[in-house]
Design a protein around this ligand. Structure first.
Ligand SMILES: Cc1cc2nc3c(=O)[nH]c(=O)nc-3n(C[C@H](O)[C@H](O)[C@H](O)COP(=O)(O)O)c2cc1C
Length: 184
């Protein structure tokens, strides 16, 4: 299986969690990692043909990012807007992503217990991630359960490193699809 990991962090060098994940995933056979800020630069400009060719070659696409204001950093939005074009991802003839899998790998500062009704963040991660899930559905992709690491700001290097085996197992393993049910 070809796995394409698109990492969206405004400053991967200064990152604690996502840099460790990026470096570890870069060493896994069958995984291609891509630092979107390094590719798109400060202007976040992408060549859709290059990005689309990478997508065509992938069986599973991973969107990896720190949770910023209940969504992704802007470079991922820029990439989505410039790459998932009509005739490729949707609309007439836009079936190039059909049958591929989409999975998110997200780190959050907030602790797990803050992501529920009545708590600090009021909504579940599944609810916050709904636009990504619908993006998978509209493009004919299978949305797999996300990998979420909470309390990322209080993680020390040992605990961050400890998340790596579970991350790799999650991203490379066979997973029940989440299209039919909301993941928690
Ligand atoms: C601009 C900004 C917005 C953030 N918004 C959220 C948020 O909405 N929810 C949350 O749980 N954490 C939030 N955080 C914390 C980040 O998710 C956390 O710092 C990140 O996951 C750590 O990963 P890193 O070490 O790879 O940067 C935010 C951080 C920044 C800088």
């Amino acid at each position: 299986m070809n796995i394409l990991v698109l990492t969206a962090h405004p400053n991967l060098k200064a990152s604690l969690v996502n840099r460790v994940w990026f470096d570890a995933l870069s060493d896994v056979a069958g995984i291609t990692t891509r630092d979107l800020m390094a590719v798109g630069g400060r202007e976040m400009k992408f060549d859709p043909e290059v990005e689309q060719a990478l997508l065509r070659n992938a069986d599973r696409v991973v969107l990896q990012f720190p949770f910023y204001w209940y969504s992704s950093p802007p470079v991922l939005k820029a990439w989505l807007d410039q790459v998932l074009l009509a005739g490729f991802a949707y609309g007439p003839g836009g079936n190039q992503l059909n049958g591929k899998e989409l999975v998110l790998a997200v780190s959050t500062g907030g602790p797990v217990e803050s992501y529920r009704t009545g708590a600090f963040n009021n909504f579940s991660m599944s609810e916050f991630l709904t636009p990504f899930r619908q993006t998978a559905l509209i493009t004919g992709m299978t949305y797999l359960p996300p990998f979420v690491l909470h309390s990322a700001m209080s993680q020390d290097q040992i605990r961050i490193g400890g998340s790596v085996p579970a991350l790799i197992a999650h991203l490379t393993g066979q997973q029940p699809e989440a299209n039919a049910k909301l993941a928690g």
